[in-house]
Design a protein around this ligand. Structure first.
Ligand SMILES: [Zn+2]
Length: 79
């Protein structure tokens, strides 16, 4: 298992997510983001807007994901 925080994944809080793969991590983070979005959390809404701005540039999303995947891979994992 590896741990990343909401902030590390482009979010707004220090909530920790635990997953074995980066894809799993991205899923959990996305779900958390949706929950915060539905709750109308201002910090998360802002983080999401920033993310959407970033995604407007071509290739930015892939680049962002690649970087996060590398970050995830570099983390010390625990079984
Ligand atoms: Zn969060």
């Amino acid at each position: 298992m590896k741990t990343m925080t909401c902030k590390q994944l482009g979010g707004a809080c220090d909530t920790e997510f635990h997953a074995n793969t980066f894809d799993e991590m991205a899923e959990i983070s996305k779900k958390h983001g949706m929950e915060m979005f539905q709750a109308g959390d201002a910090e998360h809404l802002k983080a999401m807007n920033d993310m959407q701005e970033l995604m407007k540039s071509p290739g930015a999303m892939n680049e962002w994901f690649d970087n996060k995947r590398k970050e995830f891979d570099a983390l010390p994992g625990t079984n």
